[in-house]
Design a protein around this ligand. Sequence first.
Ligand code: UD1
Length: 353
Amino acid sequence: MKVLSIVGARPQFVKLAPVAEALEVSGHQHLIVHTGQHYDANLSEVFFADLKIAAPNVHLGVGSGSHGVQTGAILAALDSVLDDHRPDWVLVYGDTNSTLAGAIAAVKMHLPVAHLEAGLRSFNRRMPEEHNRILTDHAADLCLAPTELAISNLAKEGLSDRSALVGDVMTDVCLRVRDVVAGLPPRLHDLFRPTDGYLIATIHRAENTDDPDRLEAIISALGALSRPVALLAHPRLVARAAGFGIRLATGAVHQLQPLSYPELVGAVLSSHGVITDSGGLQKESFLLGVPCTTLRAETEWPETLEDGWNVLDPDLDKVGQLADRPAPRLPRGTPFGDGHAAAKAVDVLASKV
Ligand code: UD1
């Protein structure tokens, strides 16, 4: 079987790692196309290096732009790449503009396309990621779902006969990396000396970064917290804050660069809690047993809300109290699978060639 993976943004490199490994172990041919949506080394290269992913076979070098410009540029560039390689499966991951462009390019060329992490829904139709998820699921020939809930979302949209439950591939990586870094001192750059009870924060969703009043309110809520906050600042956040004249390093907030994946897992494991708007980090906090506060009105991973492991606070009126709360005492279930999702995904792909 010949599989061509299309990736471009940070969370996709994390998902790619276990899939690339499972394809290699089972002797399948695998080509990696990097769209270039993320190009800063700390959003791209470090993930390939730390997660031991082979260098991309093709790099489209598309870069940043509006949704139309970025999605369109990837789409245009993919035609000749897909034509050159004609894989048995085009595999797209998650919910970014690279995902949608990959799915459309493949479907237009009558190449079978599979969507990994299919069926997630936030039901917020203003999120670019929600557009990308829904459109990709409906374009795909095969929807590889991470959870039972994702399978039921796909069923409600009439996609049952193209869906398969494989589990969550990010769980595969998260648990593996946890076992490597557990017990090591957390590394959060030289700027920040982790103390007992620090918080990890990340903010990058358009709904939180692109409105100056909203962004100001978030930063002042973080700044007022009683624990030190390591704000791992995504370039989008840095760019918007600079444009609006908002200082990120205020009060309790220490502004840091994004971390590599093992550093992030280690930093979360040793933290008191996480405050975020990232989907992946909500789930990683749950898997690592650290309470998470999500600065959004909804989540595409509602399983994390169980027993208060993750709490939504869109109005920012409870952040202080939530950030201080201890981890729930109740044991967590395993809604995201057993850490072998990538191997299952590869089996399903191979069974349909
Ligand atoms: C994208 C995904 C989002 C995902 C996130 C993970 C879409 C619509 N959004 O959001 O789902 O959660 O990646 O990080 O696809 N920039 C840099 N260097 C880079 C990349 C981006 O400086 O390497 C800056 C640029 O100012 C750019 C901005 O970040 O305009 C936004 O980048 P973009 O790729 O459009 O979206 P993300 O916010 O990263």
